[in-house]
Write a protein that binds this ligand. Sequence first.
Ligand SMILES: NC(=O)c1ccc[n+]([C@@H]2O[C@H](COP(=O)([O-])OP(=O)(O)OC[C@H]3O[C@@H](n4cnc5c(N)ncnc54)[C@H](OP(=O)(O)O)[C@@H]3O)[C@@H](O)[C@H]2O)c1
Length: 285
Amino acid sequence: MKKLLFQFDTDLHPSVFDTVVGYDGGADHVIGYGGLTPDKVKALVEGTIFTRAPKDKKNTAIFVGGSDIVAGQALFTAVQSHFFPGFQVSVMLDSNGSNTTAAAAVAKLATSGPLAGKKAVVLAGTGPVGQRAAAMLAKEGAEVALTARTMARAAQACADIKTRFGVNISPVEAFDNEARAAAIECANIVLATGATGVELLKTEHWQHNNNIEMIADANATPPLGIGGTDMMDKGIGRHGKIIWGAIGFGALKLALHRACIAKLFDDNKQVFDAENIFALAKEMA
Ligand SMILES: NC(=O)c1ccc[n+]([C@@H]2O[C@H](COP(=O)([O-])OP(=O)(O)OC[C@H]3O[C@@H](n4cnc5c(N)ncnc54)[C@H](OP(=O)(O)O)[C@@H]3O)[C@@H](O)[C@H]2O)c1
């Protein structure tokens, strides 16, 4: 029986990245639907749960993606609201690679040193990756702050994280590189999760900061988020700090994403979100 992965995306066009990883993770066929909102998924979900016998339902799964993590969470919840005993399929949330990317970055940082009790700053942490990473760092016992170019954006992201994970993240307004350098002055861990191709710090903003122990940067598109690092850095030392570049931890992100897709087809009751994706990342790191 063919393994079918239904890709439910909150953006107009379902993510090509997620389609490719869907196939690479073991789906025989990936079917994408874009522009989805909670009120539009009932019939789609019914199509997944009513079509195969109980023993065969494990061959159908749903992947929720898109560039807005809050919209993704709402869609993920709506999908599951249409399940009932005996009628459900496995489901995964990974808007913009948020869970898998954040989990891989934080898990790799954890291999380089303890996170508990450390001061961590997530630069440009308002996107899907940054929000998940901030939550994971906080769950590991770090004291976490998150920056955005406006206080309103930072505060909203912290409130959304609190609602979902129950952890307190401090919002910080940091409009430019100088303000971001000030925001990391007391930080032990810096994780950059800014938009593709946006430089958040230059080398001089971090190289002489003696508080910083570890830096990770999610952006693999030049210019990198953290100047003076290399996207291939795999926990190497630069200016006395341990550096993880986007491709350096990205291999784990891809392996993790594929592993989660494969597990969706183990049975029809898998529910993959931040907590169990992060747990798997720590096993794989
Ligand atoms: N390494 C990997 O395996 C991997 C996998 C997936 C994604 N990624 C990367 O992870 C990063 C984060 O992804 P995402 O989807 O969470 O990002 P995103 O939502 O596109 O952007 C994150 C934040 O960047 C800030 N930003 C945008 N333009 C900016 C500018 N000109 N100056 C300063 N800040 C700016 C915005 O914050 P405010 O407007 O609130 O200031 C935005 O919320 C991206 O670089 C992405 O390519 C890496």
